[in-house]
Design a protein around this ligand. Structure first.
Ligand code: GLY
Length: 353
């Protein structure tokens, strides 16, 4: 599998121009949603090279990561002369890069695409690593392909319009990357001031974090083994996210951050993860992410939700990605119900419920 170049850009327009001219595409399409159309597209279209690109627009939000929205993009491409040699630039958060990547990967059996993630979460996760797709039949990311973009071009200036919650949502995946990489990256993650975001320091931290993901994905693009490291925090996190959806949806990264508390506890209990690092992570999460309010009455439901996790192998066992230490990952760890409930107790105690 070819791998993507990731650029953290000082000058997004010239980086994009260079990437596009390098491939002599016969025409260029830009996919935006209603937010990035207003906030990001003008910066790109102001450049002469991009003034005649064809702009495809979809509605924002995960609800629209749908077959209907996908079909509208395919229809636009068909009606506007796209060919296999055309190029699509996806400008948006994870929803846009996932759907646009899938539209491009399947149109006439595949055209090239570039991702321009405009959220921190998109930049550190969805836009990198080649997972593309849509939600289907009530299930998230049910249909899709793994096909990396040719490049990912990131302008951290776009993140300045994110509210604190959306910034923190992305940062949760960076916390995860710190934990699965090494002490140096983890220390940098702990040291970054989340109350006074330094946009001069962010590019370095971001690059370090994306490298963690890229190195893992390069070894295992199809998630047969080490890519499962990236699921740390997500077994409990996805269950929290689905549970919250029944009343008030929470941002993905918040659910992952709370999930990390429970899963680092399981790491401590089952794999000897150091309690000092567990406490560092709990401190960071507790002081920034607030709480998801659960009581022991929800444990059975949360457990049931975990049994549907994509990482399980269909034999009823719940398989976790856990850590022996920072950077020492154990995949496919079967955890019993009583230990999961204990981890949920730990989560509640840690956040003060
Ligand atoms: N979001 C995890 C992965 O890309 O594998």
């Amino acid at each position: 599998m070819d791998f993507q170049n990731v650029y953290i850009s000082d000058d997004i327009v010239s980086d994009l121009r260079r990437e596009c001219s390098g491939w002599s595409a016969d025409s260029v399409f830009i996919l935006v949603d209603e937010n990035t159309k207003g906030l990001c597209l003008p910066k790109i279209k102001a450049d002469d090279f991009f003034k005649d690109v064809k702009v495809v627009e979809i509605k924002a939000n995960d609800d629209h990561k749908s077959l209907e929205a996908l079909a509208s993009v395919w229809t636009f491409l068909c009606n506007n002369g796209a060919s296999r040699k055309s190029l699509m630039i996806n400008v948006g958060g994870g929803m846009v890069t996932d759907l646009g990547g899938f539209a491009a990967s399947t149109f006439k059996r595949g055209m090239e695409y570039i991702n321009v993630p405009t959220t921190l979460l998109g930049a550190v996760d969805a836009a990198v690593g080649g997972k593309t797709g849509i939600n289907f039949n009530g299930l998230k990311n049910e249909i899709g392909v793994i096909n990396p973009s040719k490049s990912v071009v990131i302008d951290v200036n776009f993140f300045k319009t994110l509210d604190r919650e959306n910034f923190l949502s992305g940062y949760a995946e960076m916390i995860k990357h710190g934990l699965i990489s090494n002490d140096a990256v983890w220390r940098n993650i702990l040291a970054f001031d989340l109350h006074d975001i330094d946009y001069q320091k962010l590019p370095h931290l971001l690059k370090e974090s994306i490298n963690v993901k890229e190195m893992i994905v390069e070894k295992d693009p199809y998630e047969m083994n080490v890519r499962k490291s990236l699921n740390l925090g997500h077994t409990v996190g996805h269950a929290f996210e689905s549970y919250a959806m029944q009343s008030k949806a929470v941002l993905h990264g918040y659910a992952v951050a709370w999930g990390l508390i429970a899963e680092l506890y399981l790491s401590y209990k089952k794999c000897g993860f150091p309690s000092s690092v567990l406490q560092q992570a709990v401190g960071l999460i507790k002081s920034n992410y607030g709480v998801l309010n659960i009581s022991c009455k929800q444990y059975e439901l949360l457990y049931e939700l975990m049994t549907h996790d994509k990482k399980n192998e269909g034999d009823g066992r719940i398989l976790f990605t856990l850590l022996k230490d920072v950077g020492e990952v154990e995949i496919n760890v079967n955890v019993e119900k009583k230990d999961i409930f204990e981890a949920l107790d730990f989560y509640r105690d840690s956040v003060g419920l």
